[in-house]
Design a protein around this ligand. Structure first.
Ligand code: FEO
Ligand code: CA
Ligand code: CA
Ligand code: CA
Length: 667
């Protein structure tokens, strides 16, 4: 198991116990080192962060709420890519949102927001590109690297692909619908076979406001734009999350107001269409700061969580797998028009290569059948169910991509229990999706889809004591196999890989038979490591935090079809409904172990590795998130002081984990 190459088939470390300690706990023989914290400087001449709410210059500092993260190898000279180099590389990472309380000296000012506070908040969002180097066995970030940069919620980006330039994309800022400013609430990440970063816009809708009369202005509740805005979660009268539109009359602030204010017929004198500029996968060339950043609209618009591609095969198209993380949303696949050419793995122009593979293709949505089969349903204006959809009249294919959720409704896709990260097992091409939880899932009634084979739990109270339906509280992990491992397949098979549960729960709830060394709730981040073949599973939990902080587990995932059926027994109370689902083998003591527990009130998210597998990077997001404004002046009452300890304000950070004997992580 401890070899220096090849797949790890038996986990060698001793599992970490569940804990509420405000620290990072790793197995004996491993070291976790804080690498890159909110506010840390990434340019020469920028002072260390004081972390007291007075730091500025966030365009030259780490943003907040670190999330998805990817490693891009640099050559030894630092002049360009070398994907195989573990000694020197770039980290590309998301800064999903902000811990607003700790970002300002006395917490945030109420609406109307001071412009200076809004400017700071816009700048802590987005991404970091930051160089890391290994020297004497120690990995640290390079403050003055010329590759370092921040991309924020104000950075100019190009709208690319089949919806670019459509009438629905036009704004006062870009009257031809070709560009926009900013990316926000970037959660999961992915990479491409040609060495770029994909950052995924998730809960972007919450940053916009709409006036209470806006539905009427737009023509009433059946107006197309009103149907669309509501389907994506922005009702008339909705307040924005941070009040950025109140920062002043300047265009920089006004653009967060999505109300129809102008008198034009096409929206080029206001920001009525601004929300259509968000909800995309965004491609960034980490090696080239002057390359255009492109929002890849052909991949569809929703609350993107991550993007994972099937192993490329020369002469076949590429397939990317994407979840839409909201209760009852869908799983999607994008299939490129262009067939893969191996020479494109090391192109001279990476963004042009992105244009080739990501700007033209087919978008599909998943339908899961009860017998373990499934279909990819095409989302195209030529599909009868879409062209004839009664709820919403699609104008063209750009409209189908912009309103992918409505198109997926039209074709009858399967409503899932919040699809979070996707990842592909490189050994088998099985595609895994974490389904983090869904408190809305029910057994009876008409308000929400009932349990189905792929989302079979509605009575999953983990303590086994509930007397009411709780929905799917602990989540599960589903996996898909394309027919013939073909990226263009329209049929697949599937099973459930793991069900989250507390180990002390009854067998009917702890369906995967998790032990105290393995139990978890609400799987979120998930990534297969190319170096070892291990699957890393991270949690973002609201149900098990009475017992343990969020965690990272390692798994030997195995292959599909190696187990039998399991009956999910939802027979609590007076409701009786049994659902059969398929699943693989239950984990053993050496195929699933808890590897790490994070600090207090934090999510463990984002994971990548050096190519040699001897270091992994994770992100700790929002430690101490439950701290209230009332206790801001009382540091002893903070929910966490991680990572700086003492009475410090908590902050998000990237952590690097190494093995003390220099071996591969998990061996
Ligand atoms: Fe930002 Fe779906 O997690
Ligand atoms: Ca997530
Ligand atoms: Ca989550
Ligand atoms: Ca979070």
């Amino acid at each position: 198991a401890a070899g220096s190459t090849g797949a790890i088939t038996s986990l060698g470390f001793t599992a970490v116990a569940k804990t509420l300690a405000d620290t990072i706990t790793v197995p004996a023989g491993y070291t976790a080192t804080v690498l890159y914290r909110t506010g840390d400087p990434i340019a020469s001449g920028i002072a260390a962060a004081k972390n007291d709410g007075t730091d500025g210059d966030f365009d030259k500092r780490s943003g907040d709420c670190h999330d998805g993260i990817e490693y891009f190898g640099l050559n030894a000279a630092g002049t360009g890519p070398d994907a195989s180099n573990s000694e020197r590389g770039l980290l590309g990472m998301n800064h999903e949102y902000q811990n607003n309380l700790f970002l300002h000296a006395n917490g945030p000012t109420a609406n109307p927001r001071p412009a200076a506070e809004v400017d700071k908040e816009v700048a802590v969002h987005g991404l970091s590109i930051v160089e890391v180097k290994r020297s004497g066995g120690v990995i640290s970030y390079v403050q003055d690297s010329s590759f370092n940069r921040r991309i924020t919620a104000a950075t100019t980006m190009v709208l690319s692909g089949a919806a670019a330039g459509d009438a629905l994309m036009k704004t006062k800022y870009s009257i031809d619908g070709s560009t926009t400013r900013g990316t926000q609430n970037n959660c999961g990440t992915g990479t491409t076979p040609w060495g770029t970063l994909i950052t995924c816009e998730e809960n972007w809708i919450g940053y916009f406001t709409r006036s209470s009369t806006d539905d009427t202005t737009r023509g009433g509740s059946t107006a197309r734009s009103v149907v669309s805005l509501k389907r994506y979660g922005l009702a008339a009268g909705a307040a924005s999350r941070y009040g950025w539109e109140t920062g002043g009359s300047a265009d920089l602030y006004a653009r967060w107001n999505a109300s129809q204010i102008g008198t034009s017929t096409d929206g080029t004198d206001d920001y009525r269409n601004i929300t259509n500029n968000f909800g995309w996968n965004v491609e960034i060339d980490p090696y080239n700061r002057s390359a255009a950043i492109r929002k890849r609209t052909s991949m569809g618009r929703f609350a993107h969580e991550a993007a994972a591609y099937l192993t490329p095969v020369a002469g076949k198209p590429l397939a990317f797998y994407m979840g839409d993380d909201s209760r009852g949303e869908y799983i999607y696949k994008f299939v490129s028009t262009a067939n893969w050419a191996a020479a494109d793995a090391t192109p001279a122009d990476r963004i042009a290569t992105g244009d080739k593979y990501l700007d033209s293709g087919k978008l599909y949505v998943a339908k899961f059948n009860a017998d373990g089969t499934g279909q990819w349903l095409l989302l195209d204006i030529g599909v009868a169910a879409i062209a004839g959809y009664a709820t919403y009249t699609f104008a063209n294919q750009a409209d189908v991509l912009i309103n992918a959720r409505l198109a997926a409704d039209a074709v009858g896709a399967t409503k899932m229990d919040r699809p979070e990260w996707s990842t592909v097992n490189p050994a088998t091409d099985d595609i895994y999706f974490t389904l983090t939880n869904n408190t809305n899932r029910v057994l009876t009634g008409t308000a929400y889809p009932l349990v189905d084979a792929a989302n079979p739990r509605a009575y999953n109270d983990t303590k086994g004591t509930a007397t009411a339906q709780k929905g799917n509280v602990n989540g599960h992990i589903i996996r898909i196999s394309e027919t013939g491992r073909d990226p263009a397949a329209t049929a697949f098979s599937w099973d459930v890989y793991l069900f989250g549960a507390e180990s002390t729960a009854a067998e009917a709830i702890n369906l995967s038979g998790l032990t105290a060394d393995q139990d978890f709730s609400s799987p979120d981040g998930m990534r297969f490591a190319n170096s070892t073949g291990l699957a890393w599973i991270e949690t973002d939990d609201g149900a098990y935090t009475d017992v343990t902080n969020c965690m990272l587990l390692a798994a030997v995932a195995g292959t599909r079809g190696d187990g039998g059926k399991v009956t999910v027994n939802n027979t609590r109370d007076t409701v009786t409904l049994a659902v059969d689902t398929y699943m693989g083998k239950k984990p053993t003591a050496t195929t699933l172990k808890r590897f790490l527990v994070g600090p207090a009130q934090a999510e463990v998210t984002g994971i990548c590795e050096t190519p040699d597998g001897k270091a992994i990077f994770i992100n700790i997001q929002h430690p101490g998130e439950d701290t209230t404004a009332a206790t801001l002046a009382t540091p002893s009452a903070y929910g966490s002081h991680w990572p700086d300890g003492g009475t410090a304000r908590p902050r998000s950070a990237t952590v690097v984990i190494t093995k003390n004997d220099g071996g591969r992580i998990g061996s």
